[in-house]
Design a protein around this ligand. Structure first.
Ligand SMILES: [Fe+2]
Length: 199
């Protein structure tokens, strides 16, 4: 295979693996991918040290249960990231965060295995006021791993009418973080998929 054909083939292959990334060829013939998950604000309610667990639900919990799942990749867009710590936190259906001294409700951490996959069972969060407008429903993320820059981000949900007036969710860079809620085939559970590409 000549070099040109090989490069074309490689670009096509890489492109199909990344839904929204771009592939650039470096001068030395190697490739650089642009698939990085964009950042968002940390917000005032982050709390470190949330328990490592994938089930954030508990008895008496109100709300629509969702399965939040995805895979963490290295900056090449295709290699799963082993031992990435994925932390999430969100409010309850009334828009309240658990800010009590020892509280970790709706907060959890997941350490990825070799496949880079993570999963959380939790609920769709409610909304809270930011000044005079409601922030759309969102889930906060912090992802850290050895030799990798920290990612602070948030996800939003398609069809949320409060996205338009929210300065962060309506920002162009959030476009790939506004996610559909998919009715899963098994048990009728709602699923949200969010793959993460580290910088
Ligand atoms: Fe928030």
């Amino acid at each position: 295979m000549d070099r040109k054909k090989f490069i074309t083939g490689t670009i096509t292959a890489a492109f199909s693996l990344s839904a929204f990334g771009k592939i650039f060829e470096n001068r030395d013939g190697s490739f650089k991918a642009d698939c990085k998950t964009t950042n968002d604000i940390l917000g005032p309610f982050y709390k470190s040290g949330s328990p490592v667990r994938s089930d954030l639900t508990f008895e008496g919990l109100e709300g629509n249960v969702i399965q939040l799942e995805g895979q963490v990749f290295k900056s090449d867009c295709i290699t799963p990231l082993h031992e990435a710590l994925v932390e999430i936190w969100h409010c309850n259906t009334k828009g309240e965060y658990d800010n009590s001294e020892k509280g970790f409700k709706h907060r959890g951490s997941f350490l990825t295995g070799k496949d880079g996959k993570y999963t959380f069972k939790t609920i769709l969060p409610g909304k809270y006021l930011n000044g005079e407008v409601y922030r759309p429903s969102h889930i906060h993320y912090r992802v850290t791993a050895k030799n990798t820059s920290e990612l602070i981000s948030q996800i939003y949900f398609k069809g949320d009418p409060h996205i338009e007036k929210d300065p962060w969710a309506s920002n162009k860079k959030a476009i790939h973080r506004i996610l559909p809620i998919i009715p899963a085939q098994i048990n009728g559970r709602l699923t949200v998929k969010f793959d993460i590409y580290m910088g």
